[in-house]
Design a protein around this ligand. Structure first.
Ligand code: NAP
Length: 475
């Protein structure tokens, strides 16, 4: 079902503003207009920071912050269909995946409300050292200050929720810049926050030229923390430039999975076929590199390839579609060129590798050389490689062999092997007998190496968005 084109305004200091310039949002599936939003620049960003500063000068008590977060969770659940259709229309995300994202955002808000209610410092055992004798001390957990948030296109609702809900729980005002391709879900969420009673200035949402808005967030000293989710190149550059701020980075991955011969291959094939291609692989933890113990290699492919072939490729608005478009034609053509590069280097395309109409079919590649882009860079498309291995140590070395370290998966019925792999895999998260694409919103989620330097999930994000002030009493 087509969504009627939506016009939304930007939120600055509690007012919905226009700028005279517009960003057109088009369907990645067929290019039809989905909506438009005003395009703002440095001046509006500074106004948003003024509003955030003035909001934070009158702190909101924790019970009010929690109640607002709870009301947003309820509102998200009530308008589930509109929210899911907005995500699907602007991102080209199949509706069934968009529905999951919309439901997950309810959890994110619910968990953030819990964190707002339990935010507290701790008592320091002062007489544990001679220096502290005769004193009592405790810490206050205080908001770090204004948060600048920058979010990507691929989870246009829930990754925004993972920034703005913990910030409110922590007592921080936010200036948010969502991805230009997908601003509508973020602005819908901002509307739900204002309807839930959020006073002016606590959340400001600006769309527009990324570098111009980003520069103000980097340069303005009032911004104490930048929380960024997106590509590694942009993220690490921001951190370099904002040396005096906290900069929380959630970046890319080239997600590996190890499949031991003792795993339940039917279960593995079902999970990996779903998780290598959902949203056309445009998730930072989409399954990309599958390493299978040599004795199970053929058995795995016999089960996996028919499941890949059965995936429904088509219109994201259709409830039965599994795999829709990539976010843009240049992105689709990039992935196609990576497939050609691997093929030219001797790889074998076992499935897909070609277009179905305008859409890239789910692609499975064998014998890809280790230095082919599909083996060592983040594909961010509906593509996985399959590679046999001989020993668990070999598989772990292969999995660790890229600069990324977000999540990895291991399928085995050997508990000792699972625990050994969990210890040796250099990733922020390891899933056992589940695809590494799995994420529940209360989990600590984030990467090591090039994949980032932080953990999201409301409890963990609130920790980053607050700081301890110690109070010492002489008795
Ligand atoms: P991107 O191109 O890096 O864009 C992300 C955000 O950064 C967008 O809002 C973008 O704005 C903005 N941006 C771009 N250049 C900027 C600059 N110079 N200064 C400030 N902001 C700037 O990434 P994407 O293509 O949207 O997202 C895909 C990437 O995100 C993948 O690498 C994926 O793995 C990663 N990701 C990571 C996680 C995680 O939790 N670890 C989750 C999801 C996605 P415009 O849209 O206006 O260009």
């Amino acid at each position: 079902m087509a969504t009627t084109a939506i016009e939304r305004r930007l939120l600055v200091g509690g007012e919905w503003i226009e700028t005279g310039d517009w960003i057109e949002v088009r369907s990645p599936y067929d290019g039809s207009p989905v909506g438009r939003v005003p395009s703002a620049g440095a001046e509006e960003t500074r106004r948003a920071l003024d509003a955030a500063e003035s909001a934070m000068s009158e702190p909101l008590p924790a019970h009010e912050r929690a109640a607002i977060l709870d009301r947003v969770a309820s509102a998200l659940a009530e308008c589930h269909d509109e929210v899911a259709r907005t995500i699907s229309a602007e991102a080209g995300k199949p509706l069934k995946a968009a529905r999951i994202e919309a439901q997950r955002a309810v959890s994110t808000y619910t968990m953030a409300a819990v964190e707002a209610r339990k935010l507290a410092g701790e008592v320091i055992p002062m007489d544990a050292s001679p220096a502290g004798e005769g004193k009592i001390a405790f810490t206050l957990r205080l908001p770090v200050g204004i948060v600048g948030a920058i979010s990507p296109f691929n989870f246009p609702l829930n990754l925004v929720a993972h920034k703005i809900a913990p910030a409110l729980a922590a007592g921080c005002a936010v200036v948010l810049k969502p991805a230009s391709q997908t601003p509508l879900s973020a602005l819908l969420l901002a509307e739900l926050e204002t309807e839930a009673g959020l006073p002016p200035g606590w959340l400001n949402v600006l769309c527009g030229p990324a570098a111009e808005i980003g520069d103000v967030l980097v340069e303005d000293e009032r911004v104490k923390l930048i929380t960024f989710t997106g590509s590694s190149g942009v993220g690490w550059k921001l951190r370099e430039r904002a040396a005096r701020k906290r900069v929380s980075l959630e970046l890319g991955n080239a997600t590996p999975v190890i499949v031991a011969a003792d795993a339940d291959l039917d279960d593995v094939a079902a999970r990996l076929a779903a998780h290598a291609f959902s949203f056309a692989g445009q998730s930072c933890i989409s399954v990309q590199r599958i390493y299978i113990e040599r004795s199970a290699y053929d058995g795995f492919l016999e089960r996996f390839l028919p499941r890949v072939a059965a995936l429904q490729v088509g219109d994201p608005a259709d409830e039965s579609t599994d795999v829709g478009p990539l976010i843009s034609q240049p992105e689709r053509d990039r992935v196609l060129s990576w497939i050609e590069e691997a093929r030219a280097a001797g790889a074998e395309v076992l499935a897909g590798g070609e277009l179905d109409g305008e859409l890239l079919r789910p692609t499975v590649i064998a014998s890809a050389p280790p230095d082919a882009k599909v083996s060592c860079e983040e594909v961010f498309g509906p593509l996985c490689t399959v590679t046999p291995y001989d020993t668990l140590d070999d598989a772990i070395a292969l999995a660790n062999g890229t600069p990324f370290g977000l999540q990895a998966g291991v399928f085995t019925n050997d508990v000792k092997a699972a625990l050994r792999a969990a210890g040796a895999l250099e990733f922020g998260g390891v899933t056992i007998n589940e695809a590494p694409t799995f994420r529940a919103d209360q989990m600590p989620y984030g990467g090591v190496k090039d994949s980032g330097n932080t953990r999201e999930g409301p409890a963990f994000a609130v920790r980053e968005m607050t700081e301890d002030r110690v109070v010492v009493f002489q008795l």
